[in-house]
Ligand binder design. Sequence first.
Ligand code: MG
Length: 307
Amino acid sequence: MFGTIDGTGFDVLDPSFETCFIGHAKVERLWTGGRWLEGPAYFAAGRFLLWSDIPNNRIMRWDETDGSVSVFREPSNNSNGHTVDTLGRLVSCEHLSRRVTRTEIDGSIKAIAEKFEGKRLNSPNDVVVKSDGSIWFTDPSYGILMDYEGEREQSEIGACHVYRFDPETEDLQTVATDFMKPNGLAFSPDETELYVSDTGATHTPDGPAHIRRHKVNDDGKSLGKGEVFADCTKGFFDGFRFDQDGRIWTSAEDGVHCLDQNGKLIGKITIPEIVSNVCFGGPKRNRLFITATTSLYSVFLNVNGVR
Ligand code: MG
C-alpha cells in the first residue's frame, strides 16, 4: 500500500531538521487492523520486521521482500517491546507472563528474566541489548493494571524499576529505582549514556512525561544519577531510537518527535494516530518504522539508525 496518507508529513520546527528527511519521500501505511501496536524490531538477515499487537495477543511480521504481513506468534503472552540481540536473536517483553524471553536459534523460547529477589516482575515493557550482550529493560505496571494488555494482578515488587540482565552470569540487577513508569529506553550511539522515558503521567496527575538521561558508569553495568533530557510537548514519549548523529526519534501523541543532542524538539513526522514506538530498518537503516495505535507506518529518511 503506497501513496500519501492523510495527516502525515514533516513539520520543521528548527532549520536543522531540514537535512534529516527527503522532501518527496512519503509516509507509507504498511498495514492496519491492530488494536495497540508496539515493539517494532527489524531483522536485517531475514529482511523482515516484527512488532506486537498487544491486546490481540499476537506478534506480527512484515516481509520486506514482498510487503506481505502475517502472524509470527499467537498467542504472544501479550508481548510488548522487542529487540534483536548481538547474535540476531529476538528478545521480547511479555506482559501476561511477566517476563523477558529470548527466541533461540532453534525457535525455542527461553525465559531469561521472570523474578527479582524472588518476586515476579510487573510487566516488562521495552528492552535494549548493549554491545556487550547485556539486556536492559523497563518494568512498569501497565500489563497488570488492566486486562486489556495483559491481566489485572498485584505488583509483587511494589515499584517500577529499570533492570540489567547479564547473560553470562544470569544475574538480574536494578540499574534505576526512582522511576514512576519507566518505558522506552535506548543507549546513546557511543553507549556512554542510557536514555529512559518515564510515562508516569498516564496514571498520576502531574507525573512525568519525559526522557531522562543517565551516565553509564565506568563498570559498564550501572548508571549514574539521571537528569531530565526532554519533556514531551504532546502526549507521552513511549519508545524511541537514536540515529547515528545522536538525534532521538521518539513516539508522541501527534507523531514522531525528533530531538537534537540538547533535547530540543527540531521537527516532527506527523501521524494520524498515537505513536507508541519506532525503529530503524532496511539494509541501510535509513527507513523508520512506526507503530501507531492500529497501524504500521514507515518512511525513508536522510539519516541512519544506530546499528
Ligand atoms: Mg513502551
